[in-house]
Write a protein that binds this ligand. Structure first.
Ligand code: HEM
Length: 124
């Protein structure tokens, strides 16, 4: 497979491939499939998110923390590890090595901050 550079088109392909795997995953799949009705819209949103994160495009205007807090009763730290493992596989397979490494590092940091927000807040 060709290794993709960090560009909007590549990020859309990456997001599509990643969520196809997530949906097929025995542990992660049911959470996403229950939560998301409009998959094309979700995939556009996630491509915009990664475009904002990696290319500073400002295309994503959303609030990831409340979106995940809604599903707090079903999401565990172990599922974050699974999510990150799938992300690492997919980025390694599809992206040029530098791009894959940068995407993996970003996802790891975002996963850490989401988990802090979800599991370690003292004010609730
Ligand atoms: C949205 C699950 C990790 C980024 C969502 C939604 C679900 C979900 C169910 C849809 C929320 C809704 O509209 O009801 C999960 C699970 C994770 C995980 C189970 C790991 C265990 C991550 C990570 C990132 C991420 C690590 C970023 C690196 C996003 C974004 C949205 C989203 C940007 C869209 C939020 C919005 O509506 O603006 N996630 N997620 N997620 N997720 Fe995750």
């Amino acid at each position: 497979m060709t290794e993709l550079e960090l560009k909007d088109e590549a990020l859309k392909q990456l997001v599509d491939a990643f969520y196809a795997r997530v949906r097929a995953d025995a542990d992660l799949g049911p959470i996403f499939n229950d939560a998301i009705d409009d998959w094309p819209e979700h995939l556009e949103k996630l491509a915009a998110f990664w475009s904002s994160v990696m290319l500073a495009s400002g295309r994503y205007k959303g609030q990831p923390v409340p979106a995940h807090l809604k599903h707090r009763s079903r999401i565990t730290p172990a599922l974050f590890d699974r999510w990150l493992a799938l992300w690492d596989c997919t980025t390694n397979e599809m992206m040029a090595p530098d791009a894959a490494a940068a995407l993996q590092a970003k996802a790891k940091r975002i996963a850490e901050s989401l988990q802090l927000a979800m599991f370690f807040r003292l004010d609730r």
